[in-house]
Design a protein around this ligand. Structure first.
Ligand SMILES: [Zn+2]
Length: 264
């Protein structure tokens, strides 16, 4: 029998296709661009892998900007308010002094029926019709956020603006007003959920140390965060209710947010 001698034709028909087929099934085979094939094996890294990137902060919930204009008059009134009430010296630069690094969040209720009525109350620069606050200055009250009874969140002021909403804490506290709170407009589960989501997002962005309800603010007296020169300038507040605060706190137990000290 004639011994087998591979010919050029044999190589072209059998040997070459077979070698390509076996190569394609071998790890490390580089398939042509666009062709389906095994993933190339990466060469061993010479440097240690990068450390895992920090997790993204929780996203803020949907927020509708409905900003109250920051007028020169409002800035002047805010500067005057801080000059009269803060115990720490101001810088003398209103643009700096009327800004803050948020370190506390205070929850409120509006005791009014709508977000629009809250906006209309807070929009003027000058305080009107609040005899309990008149002695504290002409700056109008306000809040950074208003949460409607369906959970819709509106932003009225940037987070870093000083807004008058809580005696002793305005220089470092974000104020969140919840629409309602009276018998005809009780606060809702949607507001609890919205407040929790908002606080979670804010706490990821700022060094928030304390979460309190307005009804708890006098328990902050004695804290280094609390600054009020006039020991007689105090109010008694019921908002937003102990039950609402308990519900919001129940959704934030994983965050290191302090409560105001008890015992006052
Ligand atoms: Zn309040």
């Amino acid at each position: 029998m004639r011994p087998f001698r591979p010919t050029l034709r044999f190589f072209a028909r059998w040997a070459l296709p077979w070698s390509l087929l076996t190569a394609a099934c071998t790890p490390g085979f580089a398939a042509p661009p666009g062709a389906a094939g095994p993933t190339p094996v990466a060469a061993p890294a010479e440097s240690p892998p990068d450390p895992p990137s920090p997790p993204h902060p929780p996203a803020l919930p949907p927020i509708r900007d409905h900003l109250i204009p920051w007028t020169a008059e409002r800035e002047a009134l805010t500067e005057a308010y801080l000059q009269a009430h803060r115990t720490a010296p101001l810088s003398g630069n209103p643009e700096v002094d009327t800004r803050m690094v948020p370190r506390a969040i205070v929850l409120h209720w509006t005791a009014g029926p709508t977000a629009a009525s809250a906006w209309a109350t807070f929009a003027p620069d000058h305080l009107a019709g609040r005899d309990d606050l008149r002695a504290g200055g002409d700056l109008n009250v306000g809040a950074h956020y208003v949460v409607d009874r369906d959970g819709t969140i509106e932003r009225l002021f940037p987070d870093d603006r000083v807004v008058r909403h809580c005696i002793g804490l305005n220089h470092l506290a974000i104020g969140v007003e919840n629409v309602g709170g009276d018998a005809a407009h009780p606060l809702t589960a949607a507001q609890v959920a919205a407040d929790i989501a908002l606080i979670r997002g804010l706490a990821a962005r700022y060094p928030i140390e304390v979460l309190l309800g307005h009804l708890e603010y006098r328990r902050m007296e004695g804290s280094p965060l609390f600054e009020e020169r006039d020991p007689a300038y105090r109010t008694t507040k019921p908002d937003p209710g102990a039950a609402f605060m308990a519900s919001v706190r129940a959704g934030l137990t994983d965050l290191p947010l302090a409560e105001p000290p008890k015992g006052r």
